[in-house]
Design a protein around this ligand. Structure first.
Ligand SMILES: [Zn+2]
Ligand SMILES: [Zn+2]
Length: 357
């Protein structure tokens, strides 16, 4: 396998089933034999997670790439070079993205310009149209202001995150769509597109039932709890994520290929433990609301049990503050959606929370 592609002067081979490039934080290693799957791990900068995975599934001369890695300021060509190193024919290759975040769709352009066919699940396309547009940035500012975040900080936090999603339409990246429940084929393999909402509304996984293999994107990780931010008022992303985690726990996944890091033990156990973790945090928020009725969303953030630097909030990086604020609001939306808490808008247009019953 791959002997022709991996010999000569190219790369710095670390064995038949693994190679690295340039010592720049890149590795490509074979992680499954049946189906044949390679993990391309790309180092990331300026985020909490050290790296992101793209996966290359091969059968015969056909290739399916799951997620397109992260772009950087140096016109990153690592993923394309990995594909070439594996001897992949771009013209016989399909790219599918689990969600539209920059670290999973960032190098789609390089791939499509080389002849790779991009396929976008319909849910991911609707995320692009909703979340990778300036109107979403304005919506985020308005929502954080309504939760009691100061006007300047609301703008700062929205600006630090809103363009982390890629929009293939506005970027003019050619693609076709695939519906939920439909299958993507690669040689003998057929992977079902499974909606896994929570991390984003349209997040999708891919499921290969014969070998019980799943490509899960950021639906669940073993490295950390995946980030759940607010969507629109009246929506319940935390509730969607809890349902996704329970569905995944019952799917019988044996081998999970994740957006970041590797599988470490049982997928079902990890999903249920992550769901319990979120529910503990919601319970803490509810207890804090019971104790002091009428607090704003922003005032409730420290009550949720984050290991966070609330003593020096202003010196904390904006990205950290964004995650804390947005996931806290998602917990409040969940308490409202489940009827545990009532949201009341005060005279200044700020939401205040009161326990029901
Ligand atoms: Zn993501
Ligand atoms: Zn990610």
């Amino acid at each position: 396998m791959g002997g022709d592609a991996l010999d000569g002067t190219w790369g710095q081979g670390c064995g038949e089933n693994c190679f690295t490039l340039d010592g720049d934080g890149f590795t490509c290693s074979r992680v499954l034999d049946e189906p044949e799957v390679w993990r391309v791990e790309l180092l990331m900068h300026d985020t909490f997670l050290p790296s992101v995975n793209a996966f290359v599934l091969r059968d015969g001369d056909e290739t399916l790439v799951v997620d397109a890695g992260t772009s950087d300021d140096f016109n990153d060509t690592r993923l394309m070079r990995a594909l070439l190193g594996l001897g992949v024919d771009p013209e016989r290759t399909t790219l599918v993205c689990t969600h539209a975040h920059m670290d999973h769709a960032g190098l789609a352009r390089e791939l499509t310009e080389a002849g790779v066919r991009a396929v976008v699940p319909e849910g991911v396309l609707s995320d692009m149209r909703r979340l990778a547009v300036p109107a979403w940035r304005d919506e985020m500012v308005a929502r954080m202001s309504a939760e009691g975040v100061g006007a300047t900080e609301s703008v700062e936090l929205a600006d630090v995150i809103w363009d982390h999603a890629v929009n293939f339409e506005t970027e003019r990246i050619a693609f076709s769509t695939v519906a939920a429940g439909e299958a993507l084929r690669c040689g003998r393999w057929s992977l079902e597109v499974v909606p896994t909402p929570g991390h984003t509304p349209g997040h999708c996984a891919l499921w290969e039932p014969r070998t019980r293999t799943a490509f899960l994107g950021d639906a669940v990780l073993f490295l950390c709890s995946t980030c759940i931010g607010f969507w629109g008022e009246g929506e319940d992303p935390m509730g969607e994520q809890l349902a996704t985690l329970r569905r995944l726990a019952g799917t019988g996944i044996e081998r999970a290929l994740l957006g970041h890091g590797l599988q470490e033990g049982s997928v079902a156990e990890r999903c249920l433990a992550n769901a319990a973790h979120h529910e503990r945090r919601s319970a803490r928020a509810l207890a804090a609301i019971r104790e002091t009725p009428g607090q704003t969303g922003f005032e409730l953030v420290p009550a949720m049990g984050w290991r966070a630097p609330f003593d020096h909030w202003a010196q904390t990086p904006a990205l950290t503050r964004w995650f804390l604020v947005s996931e806290s609001i998602a917990h409040l939306d969940h308490l409202v959606a489940t009827g545990a808490v009532r949201r009341e808008r005060d005279g200044a247009g700020v939401n205040r929370y009161v326990a029901v019953g």
